[in-house]
Design a protein around this ligand. Sequence first.
Ligand code: BAL
Ligand code: ZN
Length: 854
Amino acid sequence: RQAKKLSDYKAPEFTITDVELSFELNPEATVLTAVYQVASISDKAGTLILDGQELKLLAVSVDGQLLHADAYQVTPEQLILPGIPAKAQLELKIELNPKANTALEGLYLSNGAYCTQCEAEGFRRISYYLDRPDVLARFTTHIIADDKAYPALLSNGNLVSSTVLADGRRHVTWVDPFPKPSYLFALVAGDFDCLRGSYTTSSGREVALEFYVDKGNKDRAQFALESLKRAMLWDEQTFGLEYDLDIYMVVAVDFFNMGAMENKGLNVFNSKYVLADQASATDTDFFNIESIIGHEYFHNWTGNRVTCRDWFQLSLKEGLTVFRDQQFSADMGSATLNRIDAVKTIRTAQFAEDAGPMAHPIRPQQVLEMNNFYTVTVYDKGAEVIRMLHTLLGQDGFRKGMDLYFKRYDGQAVTCDDFVNAMQDANGRDLSLFRRWYQQSGTPELKIYSQFDAKKREFKLLMQQHTPATADQEEKQPLLLPVRVELLCDGISQSYLLEMTEAQQEFSFAVSQKPVPVLLADFSAPVKLQYQYSMDELLQIARDAKDGVARWDAIQQLWQSQVKAAIEAKDVGTTYQLPAALLEFYRQLLIQPLDDLAFTAELLTVPAYDMVAEQFEEIPVQELVWVLQSFVQQLAEELADQWHNCYQSLRIEAYQYQEQQVAKRALRSVCLHYLAFIAGKDDLLTQQYQHSDNMTDQLAVLRACRSAAHPLFASLMHDFEQRWRDDVLVLDKWFNLSASYPTSSVFVTLEQLTAHPQFSWQNPNRVRAVFGAFYQQNPAMFHAEDGRGYQVLADVVLKMDAINPQVASRLVTPLLSWKRYQPVRQQQLKAVLQTMLSKELSNDLYEKVSKSLS
Ligand code: BAL
Ligand code: ZN
């Protein structure tokens, strides 16, 4: 199997300027007529090679002449057409079987509705095409389908005609005036409810907003519609970017591989990121909807108007758009809490990716299956890289760079280098060193030592950076690290932004007395920091630092050191005593929570397993599970009255998704979580489950009972399943909780779940709800001593590979990092991976499994 390399990039020899697609929809035999205006770049005749997969080609014509089958060649991946004139009209007739398409790439059926997914290389499953992002064409789309069964016939751009044919079918025509790459093409046909709204842009243009959802779900789309309006306004105010078509459509579908897709003018969304109301969705669901609606909308400029030259440049649009959606969410709510969430993602999933066999820079250099590179590295580390530019250039400098980027490249397919050039030129600043972030993989380690000279009244920070080798790259170079520092002295905080450019550097500060340094405030660079703090210093930072992220991080570091101490003391039972100072800090927080209750809730939360695990080169699985559980138990018991009193003081009013209320619920949920670990709280748990008016509070009870393996769990879960068995989105929460129950009974449960009438191997949401939860939230059982957890997941991965390779390839991730575990686990993991590799695998799975074993 041949991987593609960034260094092999060649501009296309032909381009396609105009595309006219006519779909006659039929579940098992859709007929597509595709007409392309083809132009040779060199203005010479030549061989045109189009990409295509699993297509039934019925006919080919060039300039109106039907070609005989020996005038072209069809391979499993290409249509090769020799002797194409410098300018030609190519017409293809193709038959598709959407019903048989369980991979959910190209044209497929979701609950009876037709929909498409073309990014990254799905268009080649619809038609033979130059399926690469640097070929931009104007698309006209005709859809012909039964009018009664499919009243909504949608595609990109503006609707220009709609007529009913004599045979009762409807024929609609959509024209997208903006040239686009094929990955942004979309078609939807179905019978939906439509929630309509409108938005007037800052220049006074009226845009129709339309949300297409399953029948009966219109009310649940209201929040998404309002989120979209907020996103449109925010992009105008923050970046001066206005929407450019007359209509913006969002379709919610149940069968979808990703979260959502930014097709021009016609976003397709996983329904879980559109539909929400207080009874069925949690505060986190509402938050995610606003953020993803924003993300897809922001792509209209960062991705669609300016797109990627090739897929190695994916972070050009994804890193930048994640950064933009993070800024949007920060402005809609709490900047600190949003930043904490982003830091958690980097420290868990992204650092783990760097440490595993799939390590890659944010601009990968080699790819076998592009779908494998929609990763936390490209997305979230990509966003960190953009954030560092923002930090270095400041808000105004960054905006100047963005303005120049759009001025130069609107309507083009460009590279990450082009983006950095715009930032550099707009600010008159040399960013050559900074560019290393795009080509170097791995997590830099930043060691800092301090020295205080009382006589000279000088405080020094000695910094060393080092990036360990990764699976893909041996040699590493120093990077440009923006390091935010606060010096705390006598309750006063002084802030600095240091720019580290060498492997080793020293920074001096004039001070009156020895300060406590707050290092890497706001997590100003995606690195692992090492500094020897005392417990008192960490508690002082947690109390006094200006930066909220640093305050939270100080508590994180404190917990990390406690976990290490408990494991080193081989004291993994119940006897390890948490330090009195830490307990006292928590006691005071509970007696007098901070004004920001959501931030208080974060401080009161013991870090999750995956967060702590990432600190260990060899992960001591069972010890970690025990230690974390025993810490929660100890905190629960030591502060029993305080948890109870704090919980009782937070009575809340009728549900609204509103910042203060969300914060109160978050703190109540944390208190409840600890209370579930104490005997005698059954009434309180039952009370909240039965009497709350919203999903957030109900789910908090189930989660607390799950984590504490509480006797109430079974009966409450039974009730929940009865209540929600007809609502699959909510039932996913039940699937998730069932699969993450931390006892060995879960292995029987997993079998029962897959036999549940609402479970379907064809639906990625169901599969992820069960098996994603099993490996992400049930470390004790996923890593069961006898290797059963690994075997269960490996069997599911193989089964899924035949149905939906993208889903299979995501699920295999936790099996790949076998080198991080003790020898027995290594053997167990390697054995399941070797068995996998002996089978016929998709490229998606083959790339990951073979790298892991190499
Ligand atoms: N472009 C794929 C989905 C997203 O990142 O928006
Ligand atoms: Zn995106």
